[in-house]
Ligand binder design. Structure first.
Ligand SMILES: Nc1ncnc2c1ncn2[C@@H]1O[C@H](COP(=O)(O)OP(=O)(O)OP(=O)(O)O)[C@@H](O)[C@H]1O
Ligand SMILES: [Mg+2]
Length: 314
């Protein structure tokens, strides 16, 4: 069987003259956890809606589990689970009623619903809350139920659109444990998030900005190959004086405080270390160490987005 679970080619969506998704091409392997990261309005939800056949592409196309997103959307929807960004549960129904409703929508045979429910609800930590109305559930529990509903028909592919937005850390852990466990069983996952620690959990990810993919790869590839700048870390005292002095010197593209350490970022940051030492010395700052470090995913993300803005061809 084809090891690709999803492939898009030049996927594009225009709303009038506004291009929400712009020539997006990527693929996801079976069992892969693929993250889509981008600021608000970047085009993440629009991309997912096209992949599920809920929105027609303006041009380009793609396949999910081998089915065409335009002509075979029904077949796709029968085989995938979707946790939408917008709240999709029924607040007046209980946990069990919501689960059973979605199981029915997804075509789970009636005689199998209670067995599925008995396995899935405990796996999302909802034991004991079966008869609670969704309106009374905390945010984290609602999201865990939303995932449980999306798993009712044991889908081969999960689309999770910001499943952990505003969710408490324990629910977040549970949701991610379940994501890992499904991926290990061969379920493919497309997840959008704004959390950098979650992005680190993905096998591969794409940064999307103003509808375009600006970088794609594994977290470690992105930190080494996709980073347009170097980052140096400075351990010194007093760091507030150092911060002001380095910013005023305009030696680096960006200087920021990370706890008590300073991170300075620039295309040739390494070559500027001795100049930075001179500046700090002139301001009576005691330097303990200065070294080039592997950037955090957040630094890569911000640097790539900035570069995309300065080299924008639109
Ligand atoms: N039906 C529509 N008509 C017009 N514009 C739309 C429509 N749907 C989305 N857009 C616009 O397309 C852009 C991309 O929206 P989208 O919801 O895909 O972003 P997103 O990356 O999911 O953002 P967020 O992180 O806020 O969820 C936004 O500027 C949005 O306003
Ligand atoms: Mg969205």
């Amino acid at each position: 069987m084809d090891s690709l679970a999803l492939a898009t080619h030049n996927l594009t969506k225009r709303f009038d003259h506004f291009v929400a998704v712009d020539d997006v091409s990527f693929s996801i392997r079976r069992g892969e956890i693929f993250g889509l990261l981008g600021p608000n309005g970047a085009g993440k939800t629009t991309t997912i809606r096209m992949l599920l056949g809920l929105l027609a592409p303006t041009s380009g196309g793609g396949t999910v589990l081998g089915y065409d997103i335009v002509t075979q959307a029904e077949a796709i929807r029968a085989r995938v689970g979707y946790v939408s960004q917008k709240f999709s549960l029924y607040p007046d129904l209980t946990v069990v009623e919501n689960f059973d409703f979605y199981a029915g929508v997804y075509g789970v045979p009636r005689d199998q619903v209670s067995t599925r429910r008995a396995t899935i609800l405990p796996s999302v930590g909802l034991t004991g809350q079966e008869n609670t109305r969704v309106a009374s559930l905390a945010g984290g529990a609602r999201q865990r139920l939303a995932l449980a509903c999306a798993l009712a028909h044991e889908p081969e592919f999960l689309f999770l659109d910001e499943p952990t937005a505003g969710v408490d850390p324990i629910s977040r852990r549970m949701l991610w444990d379940l994501i890992y466990e499904r991926a290990a069983r061969g379920v493919s996952i497309l997840v959008t998030t704004h959390y950098m620690d979650e992005a680190e959990n993905c096998h591969r990810l794409a940064f999307i900005h103003r509808g375009k993919i600006v970088a794609i790869g594994s977290p470690s590839e992105l930190k080494t190959e996709a980073m347009p700048a170097q980052v140096i870390e400075i351990d010194c005292e007093p760091s507030d004086v150092a911060l002001t002095a380095l910013r005023a010197a305009r030696l680096f593209d960006e200087v920021a405080l990370y706890g008590t350490l300073i991170h300075a970022l620039g295309a040739d940051a390494r070559a500027k270390i001795s100049r930075a030492r001179e500046i700090l010395h002139a301001h009576n700052v005691a330097v303990n160490s200065i070294e080039v470090i592997v950037p955090s995913l957040e630094e890569v993300f911000i640097a790539r987005l900035r570069r995309a803005d300065t080299t924008d061809d639109r």
